[in-house]
Write a new protein. Structure first.
Length: 604
């Protein structure tokens, strides 16, 4: 019916244009007008729906980025009974939400009780009860007088009726009771309310945090979720100076299922690492690369989210080194982690402050950007004009210089300072000469380094477009075909080097890999960050990117929270490391590209 309507209208239009149009009945004429109106509405709806579809993807990306800036959410809730002081203490307790635990079982443990627990200067008969001991003849109770140290003062046997008694004794300090087996191993420590049944698979680790967390003791968890240092055992000597924190840990692999820790630095977590991933226990889930923070600031600024953008920038300003540089990565709980200084990331950090000021008219963080620029100027080669990768290296990266070009260009425009404008001009000349591979019509990875890297040519083409060198950008764009990956499948894997038990897709994916010739054994991975860089380039140059975007949306569909996995498959072998984890890099590039492809690095 719809096809016949369309054919009817086309025939009418054709006849009219050819001069052979003949008036049909008024009913037929009105029918045709109605049909044409409906079709136009459908076409208009199609454009609207397509726009709405992209906007929904954009919104999902933004919500995921917001989630990554919030404090981590763990599958189980844990809390301390009170806000404990920083000073040394003996007693600490708390509770976990037992119903939220995964696959746990209960185990009865030996115990002893005593009415004299914690009583100093005791004189009289020491006695109590015992339980959950299979063979009482293999155990005994050892009694100590604890003053400056523990002094052995007596022992007692386990009676068949579940009691024990030492007879009359004098204790000058505090009596300590331990249930020991025939080999002298401590099975339980006496208490008024001893632990009798514990959760077998989990335990709570208590830390005192000063510069870093220091493990103080490990506690069993009672059946109702309660834990206390009263159940710590014979090696417990109190908690030292520091903020007291508790972590719920699975015994089998050391993975953290909850923590009372509060992030020290409001930085964005670069990845969401699934709880069952073997890498989860390494702390990478709390790691934050400075480049990712710069991306997040730019994305939040473009979204009009001043509070989040400012929050990250304030943290960055507090972490900026005295020389204006930044560490390569941080941890949200402890601060600087990888302290190497890399020029590209530092340029991104400075440019993020400029993006923020551009959107909100707030110069609060301009000085941070200026200090970063002054650091980078010290890395600039006076002969070539190229920016060195960092103070500890001798190489000159093309990608880093593209980053630095846009940063200095934007800072020069913002401040009117010719030093920064001239620095951008010198970098531009370096990129067009010592970084450009004239023979192959592409950018090298760096000076005297002809290895093939995707970003040097996708971002490089953006640079060439920005300065009006479309004669060269067309070659850089054409060279991107060397990095194309087609018909890739995102599947689950239990291989330690490609582990992924969380994200999969039935869609055959296309995109771009990060490396080409010059990288032996480089993975053929659909790289979301790099692919969105290409999409951004295509959109700003009027090229079609529909199929690429559909593949990226399929990657996004694999995460119910709307994040974009870093790569479609894992590749953890050194020196390459790609994981199937939702990432800030891929998700931020998607958001910024859908919001406005030229929202960063626009034309001069």
């Amino acid at each position: 019916m719809k096809i016949s309507m369309i054919n009817y209208i086309i025939e009418e239009i054709y006849n009219r244009r050819q001069g052979t149009y003949r008036m049909r009945s008024r009913k037929e004429w009105l029918y045709g007008v109605v049909c044409l109106t409906v079709i136009c509405s459908l076409v208009s709806y199609g454009f609207t729906a397509e726009k709405g579809y992209a906007e929904s993807r954009q919104e999902l990306s933004l919500k995921w980025l917001q989630k990554q800036l919030d404090a981590p959410v763990y599958p189980v809730y844990i809390s301390l009974s009170e806000e404990y002081p920083v000073e040394p203490i003996d007693l600490l307790s708390g509770r976990i939400d037992v119903p939220a635990l995964q696959d746990y079982s209960l185990r009865d443990v030996p115990y002893i009780t005593t009415d004299a627990y914690g009583i100093g200067g005791f004189s009289g008969e020491l006695k109590g009860t015992w339980g959950n001991v299979d063979d009482p003849s293999r155990y005994s109770i050892v009694i100590y007088d604890k003053t400056d140290a523990k002094y052995l003062v007596g022992s007692a046997l386990l009676e068949e009726d579940g009691s024990w008694s030492s007879g009359n004794m004098i204790i000058h300090g505090i009596p300590v009771f331990e249930l020991v087996d025939e080999n002298g191993r401590v099975a339980a420590v006496g208490a008024q309310d001893p632990v009798k049944t514990v959760i077998e698979e989990y335990e709570v680790k208590i830390y005192a945090v000063s510069d870093i967390p220091y493990l103080q003791t490990t506690l069993p968890i009672r059946e109702d979720g309660y834990f206390s240092t009263e159940d710590a055992g014979d090696t417990y000597y109190g908690l030292k100076t520091g903020k007291k924190e508790a972590r719920l840990v699975r015994k089998s692999d050391g993975k953290i299922f909850s923590t009372t820790e509060i992030p020290k630095w409001p930085l964005i977590r670069s990845y969401h690492v699934p709880i069952e991933d073997p890498a989860n226990r390494t702390g990478v889930d709390g790691r934050s690369w400075i480049y990712d923070n710069a991306l997040a600031v730019s994305a939040f600024s473009m979204a009009g989210d001043r509070a989040r953008a400012s929050s990250i920038l304030s943290a960055m300003a507090g972490l900026q080194n005295k020389d204006g540089s930044f560490a390569f990565s941080y941890h949200i709980y402890t601060g600087p982690l990888d302290k190497r200084k890399r020029s590209g990331s530092i340029a991104w950090a400075g440019d993020a402050a400029i993006t923020y000021e551009k959107h909100f008219g707030d110069p609060t963080y301009r000085n941070m950007a200026i200090r970063a620029a002054e650091f980078l100027l010290k890395q600039q080669n006076t002969v070539t004009g190229s920016i060195k990768g960092g103070p500890d290296v001798s190489w000159y990266s093309t990608e880093h210089n593209i980053d630095a070009y846009f940063f200095f260009r934007n800072l020069g425009k913002l401040t009117g300072n010719e030093r920064y404008t001239n620095a951008a001009s010198d970098i531009e000349k370096a990129l067009l000469t010592v970084h450009w591979n004239q023979a192959e019509k592409r950018f090298n990875q760096g000076i005297n380094d002809p290895a093939e890297a995707l970003d040097t040519n996708s971002w490089g083409a953006m640079f060439l477009e920005a300065i009006g060198r479309t004669d060269l950008s067309s070659h850089a764009i054409a060279y991107l075909d060397h990095f194309k990956v087609n018909d890739a499948r995102m599947e689950l894997s239990d291989n330690p080097f490609s582990y992924n038990q969380s994200y999969s897709s039935h869609v055959l994916l296309s995109g771009y890999k990060p490396y080409g010739n010059g990288y032996d054994g480089a993975p053929e991975v659909v790289w979301s960050e790099g692919t969105w860089g290409v999409i951004n380039l295509f959109l700003r140059t009027g090229m079609n990117a529909d199929s690429l975007m559909e593949s990226m949306f399929a990657l996004q569909d694999a995460d119910p929270d709307g994040g974009l996995v870093y790569g479609h498959e894992g590749h953890a072998q050194a020196p390459f490391e790609f994981h199937v984890w939702p990432s800030v890099a891929g998700t931020a590039w998607q958001y910024m590209t859908l919001k406005d492809p030229e929202g960063i690095w626009g034309a001069d």
